[in-house]
Ligand binder design. Structure first.
Ligand SMILES: [Zn+2]
Length: 996
């Protein structure tokens, strides 16, 4: 509807015969034109009416259109009748007459209108667009036939060219310059390139036919996509073989042309795999949803603010160099737990969109905020040195955000050492100095501490990476940076986002930790069943992903769901046995010192940490090291200079180059000007290149330098010595090849050192919960984003919170728990807090119980014998109290008037526990609500277990309440809402409900 038959920008306004002043005119003119009546079209610009009538006016004809702005003014635009009709639907400020609205544009438009006008106006707009769409889709009478599939002329040419390149590669292989693997990879690469080249040519060709139905469908985004076009009109490309490998023989034909027998046979493997996958995996993917729902169904927003100050530092999710999800998406719709400070000044960062607004605690980040903050960066000096004048109070505000430490030890006037150098300066230290009459102290401030690095920093000798991108700089790293001579660093401020995982709500989560409700872009309402939302958000694309292999017809591509879904399950189920071999990961922060290959095939990686301790990691022979040590990079800066052949020597010198841009002996490896040979070759060709360099090295070793210190010269023939097989002219090598290094990798706890998959359980054992949480989040997220499915992190976080929400009691302390009990983390935390709180009262209680009577006799057992410490009714004297305390009696019952009161007179031991990682099935069975657990799986077992325990179900989850037929405690069914509403019948219902 909104397309235009010509490039409207290029048409001069004078050449447009159709001019209209209002919308009705356009409609009338269209109507007349479609009936081909030779009626004069209403024209207000004094143009002869017959002029226009000669031409047909269609929806796509360029017209000049004068429309009324809201202030009463008018504006003339170049547009088409179709665009005029479409823009009629839109609010005034969103009218865009010069634009074709394709799928993406409509999506953005709807989103903009949703942000501005809210849900009602958006619904109206969508209804209108739908009506318009259906109407004009019907009217258009779009058809598709075999003839609509258009080929590009260049197709044949590209394929022929690729075949030539393949022959070259084969030749190199025969000469022994390539290993079989390199040859295979290069062939795959060539065909991949030519497939995409053919596709590009096809797309370009199609674009020349704007009224081609196929082109209209694909380019507007209405149906089909470019990869389907590739199958239909381009070339199908490489296929996966029965073993999952890529067959190096491509399908050059497409579906329009038809496949040869050989091509058909090759494509059957992928086709069959896709069909079988779809059949088998749909059920698997489908089962994921109920499992997720079961584990998360009880997570409901229960309160507005749990009051926590905790949160996670928002980071870009990345695996080594690959970015899985940007910072922007991660912080979108979150509430910040701490103000965002400007990296150098330390004042809260002002918001650029709303004057006066700063990013303070509890600000919810909108899409614009997220975009701004993710891009924000500043170059900040690493170190500042100055003196604090303690008599003035200017230091106080700097302390809150910046890391400052003492430069020199501080001595009291008596000569006693008060504080050592490198002690962090805090208000306590300053007060102490002040008390000792010290007026000035020399300090070092590291403004970068606490911020995130936006760039990499290397050590002086280039051997180490000191800071990686998106690393939080701590004092140690800052000191290291200073030591290595880094003076400035680009950083971004730390953004601490509140997070479902760190929420301290007892049941469910709080609104602030959850943040934005993604359905209306407001902070989430109390009562929202966010757990179910999360489970369904994650489960739904799971089924979709399985289907996707069907569409692509099993062509070989990196994105293959059979890799994705089992991996997601593996993570959610926290499998002990993984499909991949378990990887070795680092447990410390440090640098790779050395990698040694042992004789038995094992590799040893030595990691040096900040304290210069060496940690050794052994990688089994089945795995490879993934990290690198400092590798000298050899540079052949002028390698593309002329190197003449001697003709009489060995032919292995042949692949040398003559001039920049000339191909390597007319081969498939073009060399770019200004680049070293190293740069211009793909990584895959490093092997070949290395061999060439070895030959060069040999030649260099065999030749001598002339008096000008050159490797031979154009004028002078080099002295042949030994087996010289070529002469080299003006060839320089960078003076010290060892000068440059590919810096050794920096490792963090949890960074995989080898290939294979890290086991979350091992992470949990060796490291901590936070690392495990981040690992799970990153990995699950990766599975989905690799498939192009974009799910907000908070949904995953809810599920992972449920998986990590249980602890195993290790020592029960003075509680009723048993060793080995699985208890909720929040519950244990609460119990321990209560114990610590009551422990504080012990001394006070000891005083209180003095001179009072014991209500119940106090017995202790010693070596099997029971001894009475105090009989019933005895008075607590100081001596008795001392004995009681000594014997470790914790609670005494004291009569106070008619009542009996318990006093704690000894400190109690808190529970000791270990955080557990539970798979989702186990986690849902271990929930407090046993009714829910019984309804899910292993019904008999759950029921008997809970019957024996005498468990009580507090009916806090949704499912439990559904089972017994109560209102679900979510949405308006929550207590919070029912207490506001005093409806009579409602109240009765509430009262009749069994008290938990
Ligand atoms: Zn919270």
């Amino acid at each position: 509807l909104t397309m235009c038959e010509k490039d409207i920008d290029k048409i001069d306004a004078k050449d447009i015969p159709f001019r209209f002043t209002n919308f009705v005119e356009v409609l009338i003119a269209l109507e007349h034109s479609s009936h081909r009546k030779e009626l004069s079209i209403v024209n207000t610009e004094n143009e002869p009416a017959t002029e226009c009538a000669k031409q047909d006016l269609t929806l796509h004809t360029p017209i000049l259109y004068r429309y009324r702005l809201s202030e009463g003014a008018t504006k003339i635009v170049k547009t088409t009748p179709g665009r005029a009709i479409f823009n009629e639907l839109l609010p005034e400020e969103y009218k865009q007459y010069d634009k074709a609205f394709k799928k993406k544009e409509i999506k953005n438009l709807v989103y903009e209108i949703f942000k501005k006008f809210g849900i009602d106006r958006t619904a109206d707009l969508l209804d209108d667009i739908k009506d318009l769409g259906f109407h004009y889709a019907t009217v258009s009478g779009l058809t598709i036939s075999v003839k609509d599939v258009l080929f590009s002329d260049q197709r044949k040419e590209i394929i022929e060219k690729s075949e030539k390149r393949i022959n070259e590669v084969e030749e190199y292989y025969r000469y022994g310059f390539l290993t079989p693997l390199e040859r295979y990879r290069e062939i795959i690469k060539i065909w991949d390139e030519s497939t995409s080249d053919v596709l590009k040519a096809t797309v370009k060709n199609m674009a020349d036919h704007p009224y081609n139905p196929l082109q209209m469908m694909v380019s507007s985004g209405a149906s089909g996509n470019v990869s389907q076009l590739k199958q239909l009109a381009g070339m199908r490309g490489l296929m996966a073989g029965p073993a999952g490998n890529i067959i190096e023989f491509p399908i050059c034909a497409n579906f329009r042309e038809g496949l040869s027998v050989m091509e058909f046979f090759i494509s059957t493997h992928g086709g069959r795999k896709a069909a079988v996958d779809t059949l088998l995996r749909t059920s698997n993917a489908g089962y994921l949803t109920p499992k997720l729902v079961d584990v998360a169904q009880s997570v409901v927003v229960t309160e507005y603010d749990c009051g926590t100050r905790k949160g996670f530092d928002a980071t870009t999710l990345r695996d080594e160099e690959v970015e899985i999800e940007g910072l922007e998406k991660n912080i979108f719709g979150r509430v910040i737990a701490e103000p965002i400070y400007e990296p150098e000044l330390g004042t809260p960062l002002p918001c650029p969109f709303i004057p006066g607004k700063v990013y303070e605690r509890d600000t919810m980040l909108t899409g614009d905020d997220a975009k701004y903050l993710a891009k924000y960066e500043k170059c900040v000096p690493v170190k500042k040195e100055y003196e604090f004048n303690l008599t003035k109070n200017i230091w106080k505000d700097r302390l809150t955000y910046s890391y400052i430490e003492l430069k020199e030890p501080v001595m009291a006037s008596t000569g006693m050492l008060l504080f050592q150098a490198e002690t962090p300066v805090n208000s306590h230290l300053l007060q102490e100095c002040k008390n000792n009459g010290i007026q000035r102290i020399a300090v070092i401030e590291y403004p970068i501490v606490g911020n995130y690095s936006k760039q990499k920093a290397f050590s002086k000798d280039g051997k180490r990476t000191i800071a990686v991108e998106d690393e939080k700089i701590d004092p140690e790293t800052a000191r290291l940076l200073v030591a290595e001579g880094v003076t400035e660093l680009r950083v971004r401020p730390t953004i601490i986002i509140r997070n479902v995982f760190t929420c301290e709500s007892e049941d469910g989560v709080c609104a602030k930790c959850y943040g934005m409700d993604l359905s209306n872009h407001q902070i989430v309402n109390i009562g929202e069943a966010v757990g179910i939302v999360a489970a369904q958000s994650i489960g739904e694309p799971g089924t979709q992903l399985t289907m996707r292999t069907l569409h692509t017809g099993g062509i070989a591509s990196t994105a293959d769901i059979t890799q994705g879904l089992p991996r997601a399950e593996e993570l959610f189920e926290a499998r002990i046995k993984l499909k991949k071999t378990p990887a070795v990961f680092s447990t410390v922060r440090g640098f790779v010192k050395d990698i040694k290959q042992e004789e038995n095939g094992k590799t040893k990686v030595y990691v040096e940490d900040y304290e210069e301790c060496i940690h050794e990691y052994e990688i089994p022979s089945t795995l490879k090291a993934k990290v690198n040590k400092a590798i000298p990079v050899r540079e052949f800066s002028t390698a593309c200079e002329e190197i003449q052949e001697n003709e009489k020597g060995n032919c292995s010198v042949n692949p040398f180059l003559n001039e920049p841009n000339e191909r390597l002996q007319g081969s498939a490896f073009p060399l770019e000007e200004g680049k070293t040979t190293y740069d211009s070759y793909s990584d895959r060709f490093r092997g070949l290149l290395n061999r060439i360099h070895t030959i060069i090295d040999r030649i260099i070793a065999d030749t001598t330098r002339n008096e000008n210190d050159e490797w031979g010269a154009k004028s002078a023939t080099p002295e042949p010595a030994g087996n010289v097989i070529g002469s080299i002219c003006e060839r320089e090598r960078s003076s010290a090849p060892e000068a440059k290094f590919k810096a050794a990798a920096k490792l963090f706890p949890g960074t995989p050192i080898s290939t294979g998959a890290v086991r979350p359980r091992e992470l949990m054992q060796e490291l901590d919960v936070d690392t495990t949480f981040k690992y799970l989040l990153r990995e699950i997220k990766r599975v989905y984003s690799e498939q192009g499915v974009d799910i907000h992190n908070k949904h995953f976080e809810i599920i992972i919170r449920q998986m990590l929400g249980k602890v195993e009691v290790v020592e029960a302390g003075d509680t009723d728990y048993l060793v080995g009990d699985l208890v909720s983390f929040q519950q244990v935390k609460k119990t321990n807090e209560a114990i610590l709180k009551s422990n504080e009262k012990v001394n006070e209680n000891r005083k209180r119980v003095l001179d009072k009577t014991v209500q119940k006799r106090i017995l202790i057992s010693r070596e099997g014998e029971i001894k009475e410490l105090a009989p019933e009714g005895s008075v607590v004297t100081e001596e008795l109290l001392k004995e009681l305390v000594k014997e470790g009696i914790k609670v005494v019952e004291i009569a106070e008037g008619d009542e009996t009161k318990e006093y704690q007179i000894n400190t109690k031991e808190p529970v000791k526990y270990r955080r557990k990682l539970l798979r989702i099935t186990k986690a849902s069975l271990e929930q407090i609500g046993w009714l829910n657990a019984a309804s899910f799986q292993q019904t008999t077992q759950v029921l008997t277990e809970n019957a024996l325990k005498g468990s009580v179900d507090e009916l806090k989850g949704l499912k439990e309440n559904v089972i017994i037929g109560q209102l679900v405690p979510a949405g308006t069914g929550m207590d919070l809402y029912s207490s506001i509403d005093y409806d009579e019948t409602y109240d009765n219902e509430q009262n009749s409900a069994p008290e938990p």
